[in-house]
Design a protein around this ligand. Structure first.
Ligand code: GSH
Length: 238
């Protein structure tokens, strides 16, 4: 059994999708990031960066003590190695997948996260003129990254060889494209991959629905929630 420390957001969906694809038994352990559950000592022992997702595998390959993993890219790689699925074993195929996984982890995820911050969250509590620069900067960067992905998908069905953990990492970060002020009509290859190749896979749909009832709105509902999510400094985590 795998415990998935989880909140229904794009980084969480990557892992619920992979677990569904592999038909692995898992238990959702909700981490309500709006109320500060990511700072609980039990969670920090598993995920010292106070971010979800994280997993604890109680049945790790080779046996022994449970294995805890944080960072969604590392979790996907762990599950791929555990199951022998969705990442090739040969050197070339493996690094084809890993470079696109890391493209998502270091590029699309952080840039799209900031685009969401400036386009969706910051306007709820910040004057428009203070958010305009960030909106333009991150919206343009996501636009560039969508362009890279569209070109990549022009002559192939999946991002890196066969269907892989790279596709599973990227898809949840295309899903909220409206928050990034993008339109998929501008990216026909990406749109085909997003809505048909990926969007029609039962495990992708099921993974996206995992724990959907936990989080109903994208609104920052209280001053406390704003401080918890957007007021973090080193003193919060020392
Ligand atoms: N690089 C991390 C990012 C994870 C991340 O940013 N998670 C967010 C939700 S999508 C979170 O836990 N936020 C809690 C917080 O901001 O305190 C990963 O891919 O696992």
């Amino acid at each position: 059994m795998i415990d998935l420390y989880y909140w229904p957001t794009p980084n969480g969906w990557k892992i619920s999708i992979m677990l569904e694809e592999c038909a692995l038994a898992y238990k959702l352990v909700p981490v309500n990031i709006g109320t500060g559950e990511q700072f609980k000592a039990e969670f920090l022992a598993i995920s010292p960066n106070n971010r979800m997702p994280a997993i604890v595998d109680h049945d790790p390959p080779g046996g022994g003590a449970p294995v805890a993993v944080f960072e969604s890219g590392a979790i996907l790689q762990y599950l791929a190695e555990k199951t022998g699925r969705f990442m090739p074993a040969d050197l070339r195929g493996k690094y084809e997948v890993l470079q696109w996984l890391n493209w998502q982890m270091g590029g699309l995820g952080p840039m799209a996260g900031q685009a969401t911050h400036f386009n969706v969250y910051a306007p709820q509590f910040t004057p428009a003129e203070h958010v305009a620069y960030g909106q333009t900067r991150y919206t343009n960067e996501v636009n560039r990254l969508f362009g890279v992905l569209d070109r990549r998908l022009a002559d192939r069905a999946f991002v890196a060889g066969d269907y892989s953990i790279a596709d599973m990492a990227i898809w949840p970060w295309v899903l909220p494209y409206k928050n990034f002020r993008q339109t998929l009509e501008d990216f026909p290859n990406l749109r085909r991959w997003f809505s048909i190749t990926m969007g029609q896979r039962p495990a992708v749909r099921k993974g996206k629905e995992a724990g959907a009832e936990l989080r109903r709105s994208q609104t920052i509902r209280s001053e406390d929630e704003r401080r918890i999510l957007f007021g973090q400094t080193a003193s919060t985590v020392r």
